[in-house]
Design a protein around this ligand. Structure first.
Ligand SMILES: [Zn+2]
Length: 449
């Protein structure tokens, strides 16, 4: 069994990994870089040369894990495309939206390569996508494959593959503890020959006394304080997963009397994923089987044009994408207006790329100055800026504990910035001295068993 990292760099970018075993080639994920535009956002599909994969297995519906799938599928029409049925439902919305965004950006950003794929290509991809069961082994292109629930977002799975008497487990993105909708990961207890591990939180030190409930109470209190001061709250938020979890939190706040009954503004894509989440409630296990986002939470869609004109008085909550505040999006349009006034607030609820406008605003904080990107330029930050930890990734200590308990002889660290990868390497090598813990350089093959 041989492993090759096909991401463009060791970072939180476009996930894509090649596993060769028993004469078969399997690809794990085929993402696109969340912050880079154009063909640079693709993983290193060129390293596949002429021989495409026999199958591609997709861990979950975030674009950094499946955003380049239509490009791959078009280039290699023979490759089987497999994922959980929850991820397939999400992929439909995610990839069609991505095609629409690229069609718009072609002229806006002068990117003649765009769109990298069309709506027709997405439809063709979805037609040939095969939904795999979760928790039960099936044959995929001659390789025994089992998906395991990974928490993180609805439909997310880790991927176990086995051939030639060798096995590999790819975690994908994982959260071991439950959130409000999505329950925690149910990962295998057996030991694979190699584990491929996501390291998103490897550089984030956990607070020993942290609790979700205490963080939620602080969040509710923060919103109330801003509203009492006559301001509104902007929450730049990823459309898939985080938006739905925060809406369930708001629903609980209202029920518990922590927030008054109110309506929440949502971005269009967040609202579209609400539909998918409600549909999946019938078939996927979750912590609140009877809760429905569209029925139980009052919300209203807001597009970037409306965001430029909407009334900021009267204690509004804007839960809108993009989470990175990419110029032109609703969160960017609102941030430009709101940072100028001390009565408003921007609350961050998860990971932001430090080099994105959202990351720069978060780092600058109230009283600082930040380059908001696009034609917004440098802004004086007068509004309240605060961060809340509602991450959908497991913390580094829990991840390390899991790996140490399973004790695979080889561990490959991926999907993290350099300090995160290095922390995880040091920690695991210290606690598993008999194992080999690697940060696989791009394009270099490793024999695993
Ligand atoms: Zn993810």
């Amino acid at each position: 069994m041989r492993f090759t990292n096909l991401t463009a760099r060791n970072e939180i970018g476009a996930n894509c990994y090649l596993v060769e075993t028993d004469g078969r080639r399997l690809l794990l994920d085929c993402g696109s870089h969340p912050r880079i535009e154009g063909t640079e956002a693709l993983p290193r599909l060129d390293l596949l040369a002429e021989r495409g994969p026999d199958a591609v297995l997709v861990s979950h519906g975030h674009l950094d894990h499946l955003g380049s799938l239509p490009v791959l599928a078009e280039r290699f029409p023979e490759a089987a495309v497999c994922m959980s049925h929850g991820t397939a439902a999400i992929a439909d919305r995610a990839l069609h939206n991505s095609a629409s965004v690229m069609i718009r950006q072609r002229s806006e950003l002068d990117l003649p390569d765009y769109p990298l794929f069309t709506h027709g290509q997405v439809d063709r991809l979805l037609e040939r996508t095969c939904a795999l069961p979760v928790g039960r082994g099936v044959d995929v292109a001659g390789v025994e494959t089992t998906l395991f629930e990974a928490g993180h977002v609805q439909g997310a799975t880790g991927v176990w593959i086995e051939a030639e008497g060798a096995s590999l487990f790819y975690t994908g993105d994982v959260k071991f503890s439950g959130m409000r909708i999505t329950r925690g990961a149910i990962f295998p207890d057996r030991t694979p020959d190699a584990m491929v591990l996501e390291c998103t939180r490897g550089n984030t030190q956990s607070q020993p006394d942290f609790s979700w409930d205490a963080e939620a109470a602080r969040f509710a209190r923060g919103i109330r304080e801003v509203h009492e001061g006559g301001g509104s709250v902007l929450i730049p938020c990823f459309a898939l997963g985080k938006t739905q979890e925060i809406l369930k939190l708001f629903h609980d706040f209202i029920r518990e009397g922590l927030l008054p009954k109110q309506r929440f503004y949502l971005g269009g894509l967040g609202a579209a994923y609400n539909e998918v989440y409600d549909d999946l409630a019938e078939t996927l296990p979750r912590l609140c089987p009877r809760f429905r986002l569209r029925r139980d939470v009052m919300s209203r869609r807001l597009n970037p044009r409306e965001a430029a004109a909407t009334d900021l008085d009267g204690g509004q909550v804007f839960l809108v994408s993009s989470g990175m505040m990419t110029p032109g999006t609703s969160s960017h349009v609102l941030a430009r207006r709101m940072v100028r006034e001390a009565r408003h607030a921007v609350f961050f609820v998860g990971y932001v790329d430090p080099e994105s406008p959202a990351g720069r605003l978060k780092t600058a904080g109230q009283g600082g100055r930040a380059d908001l990107g696009g034609d917004a330029g440098i802004a004086d930050i007068r509004c309240r800026i605060e961060s809340f930890d509602f991450t959908s990734h497991c913390n580094r200590e829990h991840m390390a504990d899991y790996v140490v308990r399973i004790a695979p002889p080889r561990v490959l660290l991926v999907h993290g910035d350099t300090p995160a990868l290095e922390w995880m390497q040091r920690e695991l090598q210290r606690r598993l001295p008999a194992s080999r813990v690697l940060i696989p350089p791009v394009g270099e093959g490793f024999d695993l068993a």
